[in-house]
Design a binder for this molecule. Structure first.
Ligand SMILES: [Zn+2]
Length: 306
């Protein structure tokens, strides 16, 4: 008997263009969610190809949450004619994907997911055949027991408990959803988002605020903090803040205020997640720009949960 193993990876809330919620917290398998996400990402890229002006009027949008939740919001725009002459009505169908598990990976899980992401194998072990993405399930007999491991390229394999945990968490999935010898095992969209969030942890430095000027030539003045008649206390204000990424993406970018530095950090995370999900550079930058503009993540036009 073949074991079915395709647990939910996301909870889907979907509202149609008339604002009616058509799905509310429905569990979606990693494969089904991946299909939905890559469909939007592909269409958005196709629409943007060589047409810069369209960035503002794109019909397909992917907006990664910029907190650590790993949530994704997908939108598709519909235009229709209103009653009046030349009236155009803009409506959006919206899918919100909430990961089933919290996005927190152990160091080993990071290694395992990275190996899965970068792995390629020959379909059905046919060395003359095509290479496919992901690792492959292999059965080993250990005494009377048969145990499945996932073999990846680069002499890497995942023990039974490890890959099962990744599938349970929604970070990886078995193509076809059945535990059988030779089946491909791939990193899921949720897994790619989890890796991107881990690789791009951003922070901003707190501004120095009011402090003593260090530009006085006199040591006594510097120590007392009194600089002349009109700069009582010699204190000056510095509100600048650095934005820093754990992936060393900016080499310490300085912004005028901390709020600006935080919006820069949001934009960076959104852009990196979009890229991880296969978006082209232009699409990813546009997602970053939307995240920069709106504090706390996505503001959905006409969305039921805004
Ligand atoms: Zn980064």
């Amino acid at each position: 008997m073949v074991e079915e193993f395709a647990p939910g990876a996301y909870r889907l809330t979907e509202s149609d263009r008339d604002g009616v919620v058509v799905a509310n917290g429905v569990e979606l398998s990693a494969a089904a969610a991946g299909h939905l996400i890559s469909g939007i990402v592909r269409r958005a890229d196709r629409q943007l190809e060589g047409r810069k002006a369209l960035v503002d009027s794109a019909s397909f949008l992917l907006d990664p949450a910029t907190d650590a939740s790993g949530r994704l919001t997908l939108r598709r725009r519909f235009l229709s004619f209103g009653r009046g002459e030349g009236d155009v009505i803009e409506q959006w169908r919206t899918w919100r994907l909430e990961p089933v598990s919290t996005v927190r990976l152990s160091a080993t899980q990071v290694d395992d997911l990275t190996a899965l992401r970068d792995s390629q194998h020959f379909a059905h072990g046919d060395l003359a055949g095509a290479r496919v993405r992901g690792g492959v399930l292999r059965t080993n007999r250990v005494g009377s027991k048969s145990l499945q491991r996932v073999d990846c390229s680069g002499m890497y394999s995942l023990p039974p408990a490890a890959w099962r945990r990744l599938v349970e968490k929604g970070w990886a999935y078995i193509v076809g959803g059945q535990v059988e010898d030779g089946a491909a095992v791939r990193i899921s969209a949720a897994g790619l988002v989890a890796l991107a969030l881990r690789d791009h942890r951003t922070s901003t430095t707190s501004p120095q605020g009011w402090h003593k000027s260090a530009d006085s030539s006199d040591a006594g003045t510097r120590a007392s903090g009194v600089v002349g008649m009109w700069r009582k206390g010699g204190r000056i204000y510095d509100g600048t803040s650095f934005v820093v990424c754990s992936g060393r993406c900016f080499s310490g970018r300085l912004l005028d205020t901390r709020a600006l530095a935080q919006s820069e950090a949001r934009a960076h995370r959104a852009e990196m997640i979009a890229l991880a999900l296969g978006a082209g550079g232009q699409q990813a930058q546009a997602a970053g720009a939307r995240a920069r503009a709106v504090a706390g993540g996505v503001k959905s036009p006409g969305a039921a949960w805004s």
